[in-house]
Ligand binder design. Structure first.
Ligand code: FE2
Length: 343
């Protein structure tokens, strides 16, 4: 009898452990609004669905459209999580009152302070660097040093960069503003405008192609575009990416500018617990590895190594100015772009 009882309790115990973390409620769901459009996100959401039995519903749209949709929907929104690129957008969503403060749960503490909101309204999920790329044929690494130095006359007519409308440029400028103050940053904007090979146009990939086409010698781009281009099905993209080298600026000083793709928990979320589970899942080291690797980004979890592709560009020092501050300086940065004539 005793043996039988022991066997029964053992079976129950094993059953209990094997079901840990699993949900079987078929109505369980979590709704995501996201401006990311990478296959790796879908893979992770599918894996999460399988593991927890929680349906992940995804709405993909441009960041501006998602923000106006959240505004319109108010408390009736179905969204539980907003995922978007660039801390300046997360800052904006927080300011518009779309988020709620996230409780401290396991996984959140691991993410360094500068990659999350000071009040806990949003958190980074993956990290990217905005760097200089240069022509293999026409530039030596020894000619490069800092973002600041790109305003030097020696780069006249040689720089490719996108417009002031681009949030990545706005955040980069905000980082210069945080480091150097208004006067010097305005001078930098003016110097850059003088050095552009054409009035800013196109996306980051186009800037790399401008170097490949011999129109420019250096460009400012996000690292993952180089990774995506190197692995593209399009031969021109591959050749263009192969014609450039990644250079991490400001390595003797504050480091290269980094930004995030991040998430916030929607204030009117109806599936808070599921949303927490998903965020925790995306921050888990195993998933951080996949999340960052597939899109040539960097994990935000400090214990997760970067992928081999990304590692090929070398380790680097990053600017650890708080991204909350970068969001705060966005308006001032846009004003400086206007003042300095950056189109
Ligand atoms: Fe991007």
């Amino acid at each position: 009898m005793r043996i039988l009882l022991a066997l029964i309790s053992l079976t129950l115990l094993v059953g209990c452990f094997s079901n840990r973390g699993k949900r079987t409620n078929s109505d369980a769901e979590v709704n995501i609004y996201t401006d990311r459009h990478y296959p790796v996100d879908d893979t992770l959401f599918k894996n999460f669905e399988k593991e927890f039995g929680i349906k992940v519903n995804v709405v993909k749209a441009k960041s501006e459209d998602l923000l106006s949709r959240l505004e319109k929907e108010g408390s009736a929104t179905k969204a539980d999580i907003l995922i978007t690129t660039d801390a300046a957008r997360l800052y904006q969503a927080k300011k518009l009152g779309f988020f709620q403060q996230m409780q401290k749960i396991k996984g959140f503490e691991a993410v360094p302070k500068y990659l999350k909101d000071t009040d806990g309204y949003w958190i980074g999920l993956t990290k990217r660097a905005r760097v200089i790329v240069y022509s293999k044929d026409r530039v030596q690494a020894s000619e490069l040093s800092t973002y600041e130095d790109l305003a030097n006359e020696k780069w006249k007519g040689r720089i490719a960069v996108r417009s002031k409308e681009n949030i990545y440029n706005q955040s980069l400028l905000a980082s210069l503003l945080a480091a150097n103050g208004e006067e010097k940053t305005l001078e930098w904007v003016k110097g850059m405008v003088q050095n552009m090979y054409q009035s800013p146009k196109g996306n980051d990939r186009d800037q790399v192609k401008a170097i490949f086409g011999g129109k420019a010698d250096v460009a400012l781009v996000n690292t993952y575009y180089v990774g995506q281009m190197l692995n593209s099905d399009d031969q021109i993209e591959r050749e263009a990416a192969e014609s450039v080298v990644v250079f991490y600026p400001n390595q003797e000083g504050r480091g290269a500018h980094v930004n995030i793709s991040g998430a916030g928990l929607i204030k009117h979320s109806k599936n808070t617990e599921n949303a927490y589970l998903l965020l925790k899942y995306l921050l888990h080291p195993d998933n951080q590895r996949i999340f960052a690797k597939e899109n040539f980004e960097y994990p935000v979890h400090p214990e997760v190594n970067v992928s081999k592709h990304v590692l090929a560009w070398g380790a680097f020092i990053e600017d650890t100015v708080e991204l909350s501050r970068i969001g705060e300086l966005n308006t001032a940065a846009i004003k400086l772009f206007d003042k300095g004539g950056w189109k």
